[in-house]
Design a binder for this molecule. Structure first.
Ligand code: AMP
Ligand code: ZN
Ligand code: FE
Ligand code: FE
Length: 276
């Protein structure tokens, strides 16, 4: 690990992060990071503002354009990270609009479910927490906190929103294979996010066989054993090794820069990019 390093897994207010792209970049500079990837759930809306902010202020921080696509395979939630994708690609933007609409429908269903179990919420308030962008369960959690139903996002997930809990609503069908193809189709690299959070090892093998370019080996919730295991697996399969903090905000779990990967891994990613 380098001393400055790159954090390749960061959320902003474009999805369920608490800081705007500009604020995240300022924080990254303050923490001495060399670079970061903004990887919002199902949206690239923070990428252009981030690039403009960096060029306007002549900031030397290196921004890797990214995304985290939330997919589902059977009962498993699979997150596919995309790096260096053309974030202005028309078919990408079309698909993201579709995903946004199905997220709106899902939020409506979850709010109805909560109402049925005696926890009414104002859907408009949920949307306000999402700031007009991609709505996720964390925004529903925020509205629940405001009503005093729970104290934290974690508690909201554990009691109500997680798979198997009373207000869980399954996701629209977006299989990992499609996410991988979408990312590669716009010139990006597809990386399996936090494989250690997937309970079933055969699912990990299946997703690798779908043609991902890399594995997110370094992740705060990975044990040392998981980290070594996935590093070895990546080497065996000729896959890229990435890592990131999954930062969502100063008071939301993992801190920015808790995972810092070396520039040599960034160079390896760039070498693997298809020539445009
Ligand atoms: P959604 O995008 O609506 O499916 O919500 C999934 C997102 O919620 C994940 O990508 C995380 O950012 C967040 N999340 C998942 N589990 C938890 C948890 N236990 N506590 C807080 N946030 C969570
Ligand atoms: Zn998130
Ligand atoms: Fe994730
Ligand atoms: Fe994430």
């Amino acid at each position: 690990m380098g001393s400055m390093g790159f954090d390749l897994h960061v959320h902003t207010t474009a999805s369920d992060g608490k800081l705007r792209a500009e604020e995240v970049i300022q924080l990254a500079i303050d923490l001495g990071l060399e670079g970061l990837a903004i990887t919002d759930h199902d949206t690239i809306n923070a990428i252009n503002p981030a690039l403009h902010f960096i060029s306007r202020r002549r900031i030397s921080l290196e921004l890797v354009p990214g995304i985290e696509l939330n997919t589902e395979a059977g009962d498993n939630e699979i997150h596919i990270l995309g790096y260096y994708l053309d974030h202005n690609n028309k078919s990408l933007l079309l698909k993201l609009r579709e995903l946004k609409e199905s997220r709106d429908e899902r939020a409506f269903k979850i709010v109805s479910r909560l109402e049925e179990i005696g926890l009414p919420l104002d859907l408009e308030r949920v949307k306000e927490h999402a700031q007009g962008e991609v709505v996720g369960r964390p925004h529903i959690a925020d509205a629940m906190i405001e009503e005093g139903y729970v104290r934290t996002r974690e508690e909201a997930f554990e009691k109500y929103l997680d798979h198997g809990r009373p207000a869980y609503v399954s996701r629209y069908k977006f299989p990992p294979r499609e996410a991988i193809e979408l990312i590669k189709g716009c010139g990006g690299l597809a990386v399996l996010a936090h494989p250690g959070l997937i309970d079933d090892p055969t699912v990990v093998a299946e997703v690798i066989a779908m043609g991902v370019d890399g594995l997110e080996v370094y992740y705060p919730q990975h044990s040392d054993e998981q980290t070594s295991y996935y590093r070895l697996l990546a080497e065996e399969k000729g896959l890229l090794i990435t890592g990131g903090s999954d930062f969502h905000g100063p008071n939301e779990g993992n801190k920015l820069g808790t995972v810092r990967i070396d520039r040599s891994l960034i160079t390896a990613m760039q070498k693997r990019l298809p020539s445009r």
